[in-house]
Ligand binder design. Structure first.
Ligand code: NAP
Ligand code: MG
Length: 502
């Protein structure tokens, strides 16, 4: 494995887009921050400066929230559901037409391999918007037969309406910036809400580009506002803001807790998609041809900077050695490099700080009784690359097995012929409960184990199955509420009940 190699230039179209001004998008206008602040954006593969963007502060958040409030009551509210759906389909078309540009910008700001950005994430983004556009015309309430005391039986009726919750404040992380922005935009638009979107300070570009595409699609000014800025300034101002009706947050469990406190002022509604430390349980009859690549993909997708990452493998003693050996060989063979290089299979971590955090955990693992089976090092030279790292013979007393590392580190623990409940107790022995997977050909073991894992989603013979229609979200300290699917609309809606006496 060599150090970060040569770089590849983005296309002329991407270079032209990058040369733009990258101001805040508020009320359909590109505006500088009131303070004049600019935030530098770096390519984590080369450490080179890509560009700068305006950095919003509290005053800009005030302006953006006011624009979103005005738009919520304006032309947007008067559109029929068919018209709103049509705008969303147009937005999806534009995401698909601009997949290459979106992917190149995401690769530069985040570092992930281009294939993943373009064909996994941008493609998924278009489908996600289409899926939610399909819901627009199907959101409706109920009629309920009731008998309030004043009414004679059968002479009253209650009906409910599903109304948009209002102005949404969305705060997202850097690990999959394009997808994260789309996950917030699609249900906002589908329900007729408006949004102030704060991307991560490290990856603001794809969110700004999506804002431009939303404008091109004809979505009225002020419906989509994009305000890059620091978490402590822009993020905190948005979560405290009395003009915001709902916060949709994706990020760390620690910041999620501070969002809850900040939201208390006006009791705005809050949904949280937080961290994970997901188990991947391998029984001895599992198909090893699928387990080994499934584990490598599950753990090292996005360099392990993935909330659903399969970071804790529980492998039956009978197959422990071949599984660990197979994973170490495959992970050790992943070629690192800048995402625009078509040969790169593994990008850099997002920043020097993140690399140092992850290396701290790796050093902790090396000093423990766990066996280092591959990796264990950062690459020398430019870029924040860390080799895929596999620790065998871990246990849940070790820090590397308990805490979310958010980097390319997998812990593998053995189990014997124990009761399923005992295996599940170990799998559940974290504060998180986001994802998990079970690998076996025995249908009864598969379903029993899937039922015992305490997480918002479980996959059988695959890991972290993702589709716009599959509800996604965390149990325990992995979050509040669900995104995706029909349930993903709920947090953006409120129910109004009206009762009539005849
Ligand atoms: P983070 O530090 O929590 O940041 C997430 C977002 O919150 C960023 O936009 C950040 O701004 C902002 N923020 C920071 N402090 C804030 C504050 N006091 N008030 C309001 N906003 C604030 O998370 P991260 O390090 O970027 O991302 C990694 C974490 O996200 C991991 O724990 C991972 O598991 C989780 N994640 C969860 C999911 C999921 O769906 N469950 C998906 C992806 C990631 P700055 O950019 O300025 O810091
Ligand atoms: Mg942060």
């Amino acid at each position: 494995m060599s150090a970060a190699p040569e770089t590849f230039n983005p296309s002329p179209e991407t270079q032209a887009w990058l040369a733009g001004e990258h101001n805040l998008l508020i009320d359909g206008q590109r505006v500088a921050a009131a303070s004049g602040e600019r935030i530098e954006v770096f390519d984590p593969a080369t450490e080179a400066l890509i560009t700068t963007v305006a950095g919003a502060g509290p005053e800009d958040i005030d302006r953006a929230v006011a624009a979103a409030r005005k738009a919520f009551k304006g032309e947007w509210a008067k559109l029929t559901s068919y018209e709103r759906a049509r705008l969303m389909f147009k937005f999806a078309d534009l995401i698909e037409e601009n997949m290459s540009l979106l992917a190149e910008v995401e690769v530069l700001e985040n570092g992930m391999p281009r294939m993943i950005s373009e064909y996994t994430i941008a493609k998924f983004g278009g489908e996600f918007v289409r899926y939610f556009a399909g819901w627009v015309t199907k959101i409706h309430g109920m009629t309920i037969p009731v008998s309030p005391s004043e009414a004679r039986n059968g002479e009253s009726l209650t009906y409910t309406k599903r109304e948009p919750i209002g102005v949404v404040g969305a705060i997202i992380p850097w690990n999959a910036p394009l997808a994260m922005a789309i996950l917030k935009l699609a249900p906002t638009l589908a329900t007729g809400c408006t949004i102030v979107l704060k991307p991560a300070e490290l990856t603001p570009l794809t969110a700004l580009l999506l804002g431009e595409l939303a404008q091109q699609a004809g979505i009225p000014d002020g419906v989509v506002n994009v305000v890059p800025g620091y978490g402590q300034a822009a993020g905190a101002a948005l979560s405290e803001h009395d003009g915001v009706d709902k916060i949709s947050f994706t990020g760390s469990t620690a910041v999620g807790k501070s969002i809850i406190k900040a939201s208390a002022g006006n009791l705005k509604k809050v949904t949280l998609e937080l961290g994970g430390k997901s188990p991947f349980v391998v029984f001895p009859d599992a198909d090893m041809e699928r387990v080994i690549p499934g584990a490598v993909r599950g753990a090292f997708f996005l360099q392990g900077q993935n909330c659903m990452a399969s970071t804790r493998l529980f492998v039956h003693e009978d197959v422990f050695e071949p599984v660990v050996e197979g994973i170490a060989a495959m992970a050790g063979g992943m070629t690192p490099g800048p995402g625009l290089n078509p040969g790169s299979m593994l990008g850099p971590l997002i920043s020097g700080d993140q690399r140092d955090r992850v290396m701290g955990y790796i050093e902790d693992g090396k000093a423990s009784a766990a066996e280092l089976r591959c990796g264990g090092e950062a690459l020398p030279g430019k870029g924040f690359f860390v080799k895929p790292t596999v620790f065998g013979r871990t246990n849940m007393d070790m820090k590397i097995a308990r805490e979310e590392i958010f980097g390319p580190v997998m812990c593998v623990q053995a189990f014997g012929d124990s009761e399923l409940e005992d295996v599940a107790a170990e799998a559940n022995a974290t504060i998180y409960g986001l994802s998990g997977s079970v690998w076996t050909k025995d249908i009864s073991v598969a379903h029993k184990m899937a039922g015992l894992i305490d997480s918002g989603q479980v996959s059988i013979n695959c890991h972290a199955a993702v589709d716009p229609a599959i509800p996604f979200g965390g149990n325990k300290q992995s979050g509040w509420g669900r995104e995706f699917g029909m349930e993903g609309l709920e947090p953006y809606l409120k129910t109004k009940a009206t009762t009539v006496l005849f």
